[in-house]
Design a protein around this ligand. Structure first.
Ligand code: ADP
Ligand code: MG
Length: 588
């Protein structure tokens, strides 16, 4: 019996279409890349209902000859390469000749185009892969591609689409990246009749970045520039103090193509090592120019990954350029800090990336830079010594009877003597758990604080989408957040326990948590948010804690002996029995 069927052309077309056409964002990406490849300097993208109802991309590129129009919709039909040899040297964004064929197989696609050498434009509609009649159309040089009713003939694929807002935000994210990829091209994005993005196309990276991510994002960056052999790098990278708790805004372009690269991201993070706090990452818009024969872009159908002929060189270029940029910034910061008459110190460059400057006046003092601020911490010895004496004043009665506060060690642990036990308390873990419990108990109305100055947060579009779609969840945790449009939100109130200096980072982290845990229920998400806030606002290990705060902590934990672990599961305290200690000393 025969089991293997040769599929009919229509089924083949639909299967192939699925490979590149996953959602409206993929369609927009392909159409915009075609416009860029056609040398356009002005591109307008318009979508309706998240792009599901309509996507229209118009450009002033070189257009398509009438004789070529039908071929443009055939599979593996491209004007960008002729033979296999040329695959080695690709300079265009497209080359597979698949996009228009795939898109028109699963939608109603209309193209209106006019080339330089033709008097009149051409119009054709392709519905589910079936060509309509070619007709004349009036148009200046360039091309409009209008895609309607995406997936009308593939209900299974339609089912996988997310809400219109989600799909629309994915489109916005793609347009952001393409506008950044070509600062010399002016991009306009209209979403349901509203202008959401306009980049001037003046060739300046800063103009494109300003249009896409706004002033705050731009102000938080520093420019970088470097080269190694024939490879060049330019762009903007965040200052260490503006790093984010997510890698979502590490944007890399190679030869004008957006790519994902673990290699580049690692080199960037390596350069920032010791300049940023643990858990924070730099954000950037980095442009690499690498000779086409030294990279392979034919690795991934969506062309988002590339292979490098010399990985080490790419890594070195990114690392050393970013590192230099950081070193120069530190030098400048130092010059700002020290009056010019004192700038005769000798410079040291440490392995770990921090710059040190030995003080000229007092050679014994070394000021460390490379961290966010200058530390000259005074250890308040008097306070430490008098800890035991002072504490009794603040202790509640039961505590006074049962506990003796011995002191604090390593800036991290409190030592208590309690009847026959010696107790080590991790001050951060204990405080974290106490805040967490309080947040869980009180409803958001009581635990929210109104901000005197609302805080604006710039988000990557997926993060933005997560925030906008979960405003209710934020409000339950005490945040009042307003949509400010185009990737920005304004925070008007924050949870009572929130560390306000870190508010923007909290919102970004929560957005990423929502994205990573889409399937969790609301209670789980809320718990995670409480944990995050508690962890941020709890007193930190190694930080200075006042005696009052420490005693308050002892009071709180003594009242709740059932709390044994911090929200992450680490123990709050460890106990040593008197007998155990005595045994170790050989007393019993
Ligand atoms: P590819 O971009 O890989 O060549 P596509 O299916 O995206 O494949 O496009 C097929 C061809 O149609 C392109 O090679 C190009 O010649 C032409 N084309 C598509 N869009 C445009 C446009 N906006 N302007 C000019 N030519 C275009
Ligand atoms: Mg293409």
């Amino acid at each position: 019996m025969k089991r293997i069927n040769i599929l009919d052309p229509e089924t083949v077309r639909l299967i192939a279409a699925g490979e590149v056409t996953e959602n409206p964002a993929c369609v927009v990406k392909e159409l915009l890349e075609n416009s860029l490849d056609a040398g356009a300097t002005r591109i307008t993208a318009e979508i309706k209902n998240g792009g599901i109802k309509m996507i229209k991309v118009s450009d002033n590129g070189h257009g398509i000859y009438r004789d070529d129009v039908k071929d443009a919709f055939s599979r593996h039909a491209t004007s960008k390469i002729k033979s296999k040899e040329e695959i080695e040297n690709i300079n265009s964004l497209g080359f597979r000749g698949e996009a228009l064929a795939s898109i028109s197989a699963v939608s109603k696609t209309e193209i209106v185009t006019k080339s330089n050498s033709e008097m009149i434009g051409t119009k054709i509609t392709v519905t589910g892969g079936e060509f309509g009649e070619i007709s004349d159309a009036g148009r200046f040089i360039g091309t409009d591609v209008c895609v309607k009713n995406l997936f009308f003939n593939t209900p299974a694929r339609m089912k996988f689409l997310k809400k219109e807002t989600t799909e629309g935000n994915k489109v916005a994210s793609v347009i952001d990246k393409l506008a950044l990829s070509h600062p010399e091209v002016s991009f306009k994005f209209i979403r349901d009749g509203k202008l959401c993005l306009f980049s001037p196309g003046d060739g300046k990276i800063s103009s494109a970045v300003y249009s896409v991510y706004g002033k705050e994002f731009l102000d938080g960056t520093m420019p970088l520039k470097g080269s190694l052999g024939k490879m060049k790098i330019t762009g903007l990278v965040s200052k260490p103090e503006n790093c984010r708790p997510s890698k979502n805004l590490q944007i890399f372009f190679i030869n004008g193509r957006l790519i994902k690269s673990k290699l580049i991201s690692t080199a960037l993070e390596e350069a920032f090592k010791n300049s940023v706090m643990v858990g924070k990452s730099p954000y950037c818009v980095i442009y690499l120019s690498i000779p086409a024969n030294l990279i392979d872009v034919n690795v991934h159908p969506a062309k988002t990954e590339v292979r490098f002929a010399d990985e080490k060189a790419v890594s070195e270029l990114v690392f050393s350029t970013v590192k230099n940029c950081l070193v120069n910034k530190n030098k400048k910061d130092f010059e700002k800090y020290i009056p010019s008459s004192k700038k005769q110190e000798s410079n040291f460059y440490f392995e770990d990336g921090a710059n040190a400057v030995q003080s000229f006046e007092n050679p014994g003092v070394i000021n460390l830079f490379g961290l966010q601020s200058l530390f000259k911490t005074s250890s308040n010895k008097n306070e430490k010594i008098s800890l035991t004496g002072k504490t009794n004043l603040f202790m509640n009665k039961s505590l006074r009877e049962n506990f003796k506060v011995v002191g604090e060690v390593f800036g991290c642990y409190l030592i208590l003597e309690c009847k026959n036990e010696l107790i080590f308390v991790d001050k951060h873990a204990a405080h974290e758990r106490i805040i967490f419990e309080k947040m869980k108990k009180s409803s958001s109305e009581y635990s929210s604080q109104m901000l005197l100055n609302p805080v604006t947060v710039t988000l990557e579009k997926q993060e933005y989408c997560a925030v906008i779609e979960n405003l209710n969840l934020f409000s339950k945790s005490g945040y009042e957040i307003e949509d400010f449009g185009s990737g920005t939100v304004v925070v008007r109130s924050a949870p009572m326990y929130e560390d306000l200096d870190d508010l923007a980072n909290s919102v970004i982290e929560i957005a990423n948590c929502i994205l990573d845990n889409k399937k969790s229920n609301e209670t789980k998400k809320l718990e995670w948010i409480y944990q995050n806030i508690a962890c941020r606002s709890a007193i930190k290990a190694k930080s200075k804690t006042s005696v009052e705060e420490l005693v308050k902590l002892v009071n709180d934990i003594s009242e709740k002996p059932e709390l044994r672990h911090c929200p992450h599961g680490r123990p709050i305290y460890i106990k040593f029995d008197k007998n155990f200690i005595a045994k170790r000393f050989g007393r019993i």
